[in-house]
Each structure stands twice: as C-alpha cells, then as structure tokens.
Design a protein around this ligand. Structure first.
Ligand code: SF4
Ligand code: SF4
Length: 356
C-alpha cells in the first residue's frame, strides 16, 4: 500500500469506507439488454436511436440460462440490466438477481413486485418536469412519471435516475421535491439529445447551470441525493485531472471486440472484464450506450463512476483527492446496495460534513 494512502486511511471515517468496499470485493461487471421490447418510445433513447432492437431476445429460457451460466463461469459478479424495458422480463430479472449483484433500469410503468426482489436496486427514469417528461417520454399520451411515482411510493429499493437537459436546470428543484416526497432518493444523469432536438436539449449548451442546481439539491436534501459535488463536476465537465472524457479514456467498452483493441492498447485503464451484450445474449457492442454514437454526446453517469474508480493513483496526491475518489466509489456500492443503503448514506453524509 502506498505511504500516502496509509496516511489518509488513519482517518477513521475514510478507513471505514475503504475497508467496507474492500470487504465486498472487486466488481466484474457486464451490461445486458434483457429484452429488445419496450412499452414506450422516448425521444432520444440511445437504444432505439441506434436500432439496437434488431438484436431480438430469444424466447427459449434455455438460451438465457446458458448465457448466465457462461457469464458465471467467466467470473462475472455484477449485471446492469437495461434494454428495452426490463420490467417486461421479470422471470429473467429474478434469475439474475438470485445469482449476481444487480442493478436494473426501468421506466417505472410496470412495477417490479416486492416479493422475490426485496433488495433489488431499481433506477427509475425521469427526464424532467411533468410537462417535459410527458413530451419526451410519454409521446404526449402517457404520464409515465405519474405512474412511476405511484408504483414506487415509499419503495426502499427505488431511486430516481433523473436525466436533466442542459437548459432545464430550473426544473430540477420541482422534480427532486416530488421524488423525495415520494420517499425515493435521486441520482442524476445528463441529457444528451441523441434525437437532435437542439435548443435547450443540446448538450453543446453545457451543463454548468445544471451542475450548480444539483449542488444546491445536495445541500438541501441531505441523505437523499445520490451524488457528490465532485462526481457532479466530473460528469458535467467531462474533465478528470488532465483527461477529457471520450472513447480514448472510456472504461466501459466491450473488451472481447477487435474493434476496441486499439483503445485497449493506448495505455489508459479500462475494465478488463466488461462487455455490453445485446438482447440476443450473444453479440456485444462497442460500449454500454452505443455502437456508433458520438462520444462527445456521452455524459452517462454509470460510465463516469467507473472512469473515476479506475483512477485511484491519480487521486493519491492529496487527502482531498483521495476522499473524492473514495466517496465516489463508496456511493456506487451504496446505490447498487452492495453495502447497506441507510448506513452507507449516513456515512457519506458524515464524511461530507467533516470536509465542510
Ligand atoms: S423506456 Fe427506456 S428503453 Fe424504452 S424508449 Fe424509453 S429510454 Fe428507451
Ligand atoms: S459513447 Fe460513452 S460509453 Fe460509449 S465509448 Fe463513447 S464515451 Fe464510452
């Protein structure tokens, strides 16, 4: 262990965080489109924008079981379930949940039952104020946000995965208030306008106002906002020390693909285990969120978690940098329920207070 790390870990709070995540162990993750189907069509959904649904999910359970078995043998211990809409495939989610650390993303229209999924981390999407969300996700027909609020009221498994558009910082306070009043914490994501609507949705506008408003929410709702000012800054600016976010530094690329070989050899760290599987449970794509997608448009929160995680060394120059690294790591383990949620949030809050 490097000397400075040993020194930082003399701080009892940091020591507790660090030893907790070490106890859980390292993550060998994959991302899986559990189905090619969805019950709505959102504007700017990366999945349908790139026609990823051309890879169809097999009906036979044997194909799915064989896939899981293979992944188990390969050493996978964490599966991020995406799609399509995962809640349309409850039996398959259950098989994953019973065998791997799991996180699932859903639009919230169809409730994932409590029975059998008691500690499943469920990220429910929301894309803005009721009006914005209605326009972007409900096609002006379905009130997805209202249904999801009802389905997950006071549900301890659920957190909102709130994707904010660059020009919509003014909506944040209202949306967060509703989510928190519903009994669920909030994790932020940053809207990238893959559908090319432009204007307030265009990522090229920058996320500075959004960043400031998210920081305000962190201060306003202790223990309810699943991000830190540091994490918020890294994602919204795309900057981590001297590195600029993009394909050359991206960590969540499928490592079995020849097309990613050059990237893997460029000296920047990546997740050696990672693969992003299409719904045929066989074919992998370039990365979690795209095949040909322009990386300049990528502000996805999950990828940025792992970008920070693989750069422990860069965070060892000062205790502040290390604390930023550790709290981000720890937050990931808390959000994904690999450590106890309530205890984890309390500890994060405590560390935040000490730093203030
Ligand atoms: S609910 Fe999810 S998978 Fe379905 S269209 Fe919207 S973003 Fe895409
Ligand atoms: S789109 Fe995002 S996740 Fe995919 S390779 Fe580019 S930077 Fe990485």
């Amino acid at each position: 262990m490097p000397n400075n790390l040993r020194t930082y870990l003399k701080d009892p709070l940091l020591h507790e965080m660090y030893s907790t995540i070490r106890r859980v162990g390292s993550i060998r993750s994959i991302s899986l489109d559990i189905t090619h189907r969805c019950n709505i069509r959102c504007k700017g959904c990366y999945y349908f924008e790139e026609s990823m649904d051309k890879y169809r999910s097999p009906k036979e359970e044997e194909a799915f079981d064989a896939f899981l078995q293979k992944e188990k043998e390969r050493g996978t211990n964490f599966i991020t379930i995406v799609g399509g809409e995962p809640s349309l495939e409850l039996t398959r989610i259950k098989k994953i949940y019973d065998n791997f650390y799991t996180s699932v993303a859903t639009n919230g229209l169809r409730k994932i039952p409590m029975e059998g999924f008691e500690n499943l981390p469920i990220g429910i999407a929301v894309w803005g104020s009721p009006e914005t969300d209605f326009e972007l996700r409900g096609g002006d027909k379905i009130d997805v946000f209202a249904s999801a609020l009802e389905n997950y009221k006071d549900d301890h498994r659920a957190f909102w995965y709130y994707t904010v558009a660059p020009g919509h910082a003014h909506e944040i306070a209202g949306v967060v208030a509703r989510c928190v009043a519903n009994g669920n914490p909030v994790l932020f994501n940053y809207y990238c306008d893959i559908a090319g609507m432009g204007g307030d949705f265009d990522y090229r506008k920058g996320f500075e106002e959004v960043r400031l408003e998210i920081d305000r929410m962190i201060a306003l709702y202790p223990g309810k906002i699943l991000t830190t000012p540091y994490f918020n800054k890294v994602i919204s600016s795309g900057q981590l020390f001297d590195m600029k976010w993009g394909y050359e530094v991206c960590t969540n690329i499928s490592t079995n693909l020849k097309s990613n070989e050059e990237r893997m050899q460029n000296g920047n760290p990546y997740n050696p285990h990672f693969r992003a599987y299409y719904a045929d449970f066989e074919t992998t794509r370039r990365c979690c969120t795209g095949e040909d997608r322009d990386c300049a448009s990528c502000f996805d929160t999950w990828e940025h978690f792992s970008w920070i995680m693989v750069h422990l060394k860069k965070h060892l120059k000062s205790k502040e940098d290390f604390t930023n690294w550790l709290t981000t790591m720890y937050l990931f383990y808390v959000v994904t329920r690999m450590v106890d949620f309530e205890e984890g949030m309390a500890l994060l809050e405590e560390v935040g207070k000490v730093r203030v």
